[in-house]
Structure formats: C-alpha cells, structure tokens
Design a binder for this molecule. Structure first.
Ligand SMILES: Cc1cc2nc3c(=O)[nH]c(=O)nc-3n(C[C@H](O)[C@H](O)[C@H](O)COP(=O)(O)OP(=O)(O)OC[C@H]3O[C@@H](n4cnc5c(N)ncnc54)[C@H](O)[C@@H]3O)c2cc1C
Length: 401
C-alpha cells in the first residue's frame, strides 16, 4: 500500500508519524509531499511580525526527520489531484496512491476586502510566513513614527485569535516605548462579542476581554464588517471610517487552489467534506485533516464568523485519521471523538489560557484563566513542540498550546 500525505505542517506531519507507527514498514510506503521544505510553527507568526522571533527560530527542515522515520519526503507543489484515478500531480512527477491524506491548510481570501494586502494593498496580515515577515519590517518602521491603528478581522474570518494577539502585543510594544498615547488602537471584529472566537466563547472570556481592552484604552467594535482598507483609513459596511496608519486585518479563509479545483473533492469554499472519521464523504480512500476540512460555524451571527481549526484540533484530527486509515488497511475498530480545544494567547504582559471541551457547545468543560505563567508556558511550549516534532515524537502533554 502507498499512502500519500499532502502538507508538511501540523496535519501532515502528525498524520505521517502516527501512520508510520501504526503500519508495518515492509508492506506500506508513506510519502509526504510539501511545497514548503520546513515545518514552521505557525502559531508563532505573531512573534515574527513583532520582531521577537525569526522564521529560522520557529522552523526545522522536514527532510531529515522524515527520512529517519522511514517516510519518503517530496519537496514539490501539488498541481493536481485526480480523486477518481487516485493520482497526485506535481511539477516533478505523478504519484499513485492507495490512500491520500489532504492536509494543505488554507488560502487567505485577502481579495474579499479591498486594500487587504500586504503585497498588493496597504493592509497587513500575518496568516503566512511571507506576510508575517512583511509585517515585521513595516511594524518596525511604524514604531519610528506611530499613529492611530486598526487591528481586526474581516467578515467570515475563522482564525480570530491572532488578531487579539497582535493587538495585545502591539499595545505592549507601544506602551514599553511610551508611545501608546500616539498610537490609539481600534479593534474591529465580526464576532458578536469579544472572546467569541468562532466557538461561542470560553467561560468568562467575554467579560475578561472587554475588561482587558477597556483597561488598555483600546476601542472595540463587534458585529462589524470591515469593507475597505486604504493607506490611512479602515472603512466598515455600516458606513463608519477609522483613521489607521497601520492596519493588521485577519482575512477569511478558503481551501487551497489545488484542492478547490480537484473534481468532486471540495465544497464551494475549497474545504473538504468529511465524516466523523475524517474520511471524504464520497472518496473512501481520501482523508482530510486540519484547516483543509470543511466545518460549519457553531451558530449564525449577524456578521459571519467561521469555525476555527486550531493547531491543537489539527493534531487531534491527524491522530483520528491515522488510526482509521490503519483500521481500513489492517482491520480493526474505527475511531472518532469530538474535538476539544486548548490554547494560550500572548497578551504582551501576560497570557490567557482557554479551554473548551468539546469545542462545540454545549460543553462539559469551558474555562479561561490568565497570568504571567501562561506567557512563559506559551514560550516554552513553542520550543518544546518544535523539539519533539523534529525528533519524530508527536504526543502532546496534557497541558497544551
Ligand atoms: C498567525 C496564526 C496564529 C495561530 N495561533 C494558533 C495557536 O496559538 N494555537 C493553535 O492551536 N493554533 C493556532 N493557529 C492555527 C494553526 O496554525 C493551524 O491550525 C495549523 O497551522 C493548521 O495546520 P494544517 O496542517 O492544517 O495547515 P497548515 O499549517 O496551513 O499547513 C499546510 C501545509 O500544506 C502545504 N501545502 C499547501 N498547499 C500545497 C500544495 N499545493 N502542494 C504541496 N504542499 C502544499 C504547506 O506547504 C504546508 O506545509 C494559528 C494560525 C495562524 C495563521
């Protein structure tokens, strides 16, 4: 059997390691194809934007760890997927598979908000390594001559956490330099209330974040749709306009082009519909994990907010998919369970720890707490995660993210 995995990030790498442990080497070949030769710890991109980390600090080359585990690595962009024929096309050749795992993450729909660059418009983003590096340069320049700024999320965004992190970290950086009075921050979000995060909130997150923004003199606007970004303003669909000399806006996401264009593979947004085992609804030999998976929002909101697919959730999906592929091949029980989410947010001077189990309400557990200890935990965890994944170990400890 030949199992191909597309994507070398949280979804792809965790699936590859789990499958390698579950399937005998001599009879089952595993190939991971990624256009990016490195594993990059994406949750640390806000630190790259702020200038406290470089991409080298938060990444490692995939080739060696994969080879040492007996997994083939192909560094190539997949240019076509033919689900009916079980082929994957790349610039370097065509690969046949018995099972395919798609872990290609997202495409940022920056074009949905005119002016949301950063490479073809004045608005900044940090959803990808090149965008975070662009933000790093422009943020450093902004600190030399600061002014009013807007941080927020576009309508339909799902990954809203990084907007909060950037806002808190930016405020902290400005305050440390005694520049906060020159750079008032406005936070604009499609969420119906602060701390909703596309999951309906976490414990007392709403009261907590309202208090934290008020304490920092950050003005906020919820249920608000950003409609346009210019060099010095951010406009919203309700006719308001906010002065902004630095606009960091998290876009809505879609599936990557090659997935969106594969016949019968994805929904109109380019995400892949799967069952509870992370198996494609129509192609039994295709599985999908991570951001590539189609997941409905938890509830309807006045301005759309989509369901977040975090790194921690991606890791859980990878584990479930790997077990089910192994069960398909070797026989045995299929597995599935509700996803939970746990994450730590950097708030500049402290951290916030959020838990929702399961992610979709109603829940058995929903909590949040904050303090300096969570900031240290986040910093430690990022390094620890890279260290363990580089060594082919992908078991998270009980306290995570
Ligand atoms: C700024 C930011 C902060 C975040 N913070 C957190 C956090 O604190 N906690 C948390 O749990 N989650 C966080 N997340 C979410 C987390 O990063 C994602 O859930 C995770 O990266 C999803 O992993 P993935 O494998 O599904 O996709 P991705 O990480 O997007 O990886 C996709 C992979 O597919 C490859 N690929 C794509 N297209 C092709 C192609 N055509 N051919 C070959 N390879 C291809 C890419 O090179 C990459 O290796 C954050 C996300 C962002 C953007």
């Amino acid at each position: 059997m030949h199992i191909i995995i597309i994507g070398g990030s949280f979804g792809g790498l965790n699936t590859a390691y789990d499958l390698r442990r579950l399937l005998p080497h001599h009879s089952h070949e595993i190939t991971l194809i990624s256009k990016e030769p490195r594993f990059i710890f994406i949750p640390s991109l806000p630190w790259v934007a702020m200038g406290s980390k470089t991409l080298d600090d938060i990444s490692f080359d995939l080739a060696h760890p994969l080879k040492s585990k007996g997994i083939n690595f192909v560094e190539a962009a997949v240019t076509g997927i033919d689900p009916a024929a079980s082929h994957v096309h790349t610039g370097t050749g065509i690969y046949d598979y018995d099972y395919l795992v798609v872990a290609t993450g997202h495409r940022s729909a920056n074009e949905a908000v005119p002016g949301l660059g950063p490479f073809d418009g004045p608005g900044h983003s940090l959803m990808s390594p090149p965008e975070a590096e662009e933000a790093r340069t422009t943020w450093a320049a902004f600190l030399q001559d600061p002014g009013p700024m807007v941080v927020g999320c576009a309508p339909g965004a799902s990954c809203v956490g990084p907007a909060y992190e950037f806002m808190f970290e930016a405020h902290h950086a400005l305050k440390k330099r005694a520049l906060a009075h020159r750079a008032p921050i406005t936070f604009i979000t499609p969420e119906p209330f602060l701390g909703h995060f596309g999951v309906g909130g976490f414990g007392k997150a709403r009261q907590f974040f309202e208090g934290e923004l008020e304490q920092r003199d950050v003005r906020y606007h919820t249920s608000t749709a950003i409609s346009k970004i210019t060099a010095d303003r951010v406009e919203t669909a309700d006719g308001k306009s906010f002065e902004s000399r630095y606009s960091m806006i998290i876009p809505a996401l879609g599936g990557v082009k090659v997935v969106a264009e594969a016949p019968g593979l994805a929904n109109p947004k380019g995400f892949i519909p799967v069952d509870a085992n992370y198996r494609h609804n129509d192609f039994p030999n295709i599985y999908a994990v991570g951001v590539a998976v189609a997941m409905p929002p938890v509830e309807e909101t006045p301005v759309p907010v989509n369901f977040p697919k975090t790194g921690h959730m991606t890791e859980q999906m990878a584990r479930i998919a790997a077990k089910n592929i192994a069960a398909d091949i070797l026989g045995g029980e299929k597995t599935s369970h509700d996803l939970m989410v746990e994450c730590i947010m950097d708030m500049g001077d402290k951290g916030a720890h959020l838990v929702a189990d399961p992610v979709r309400p109603p829940r058995n557990r929903s909590s949040m707490s904050s303090g300096k200890r969570w900031l240290w935990a986040k910093r430690f965890f990022a390094g620890y995660y890279l260290w363990k994944l580089r060594r082919g170990a992908n078991r998270s400890p009980k306290w995570v993210w």
